[in-house]
Design a protein around this ligand. Sequence first.
Ligand code: NAD
Length: 232
Amino acid sequence: MTTVITGGSRGIGAATARRLVRDGHRVVISYRQAADEARALEKELGVLAVQADTANEDDVARLFDAAGDDITGVVNNAGITSPSGPLAQLRTEDLRRVVDVNVVGALLVAREAARRMTRGAIVNVSSGAATLGSPGEYVHYAATKAAVDAMTIGLGKELAPRGIRVNCVQPGTIRTEIHQLSGQPDRPDKVAGRVPMGRPGEAEEIANAIAWLLSEEASYATGAILRVTGGT
Ligand code: NAD
């Protein structure tokens, strides 16, 4: 039972790696640049870490090659937000990079999974932004995550006859480094007042939802989009 987690070196991906190792998965994580964090996780958890840019198809193929031929789980998690700001102020190259990682990358990973898996489950990591739209900050990012939702619905149907389930988690605002990268390190605490549950989420709370969707307990769930947003 091997599970591949893209963007597994920190944040939601790393929390998911910890949870899945506890659940008995053999875990392979990918990372783009954070080699030190990835090596530390290899040591801590006994996972295999592979450097791979998910927006690059050769890298994605190499990641799956490294994972071997008994892949039963894929967590399509790697994603970026930055830069943030009103759409009118964003540069074309930044928009293209967010689309490249969040849409093209997610499709390349899902395609590789569809080619290689013979059973099991894929969980895509979208965002609550997909239906909220994130005006003033992340309209471009929200659009890419809506694409991830659409891919989940379509691929869920496409792979159901082959016994592969495809589901999606939409996290709300979660305390991870993604907010540092987009220049808003205090965003999780700032948005807390707008969250019905009154606080940002923790990466482990998303990892738990991902673990459930991967597990046999979710055996009749496919094409599902699970919001884990504290009620937002
Ligand atoms: P993070 O920045 O802490 O971690 C992102 C991970 O993705 C890192 O391991 C990074 O190396 C990797 N990554 C980024 N670009 C990559 C690429 N091109 N190829 C390979 N790996 C790449 O972020 P996080 O908060 O843990 O985010 C994980 C996922 O959750 C993302 O898809 C993000 O959009 C989504 N999400 C996060 C939040 C939040 O508030 N943190 C909310 C909604 C959705």
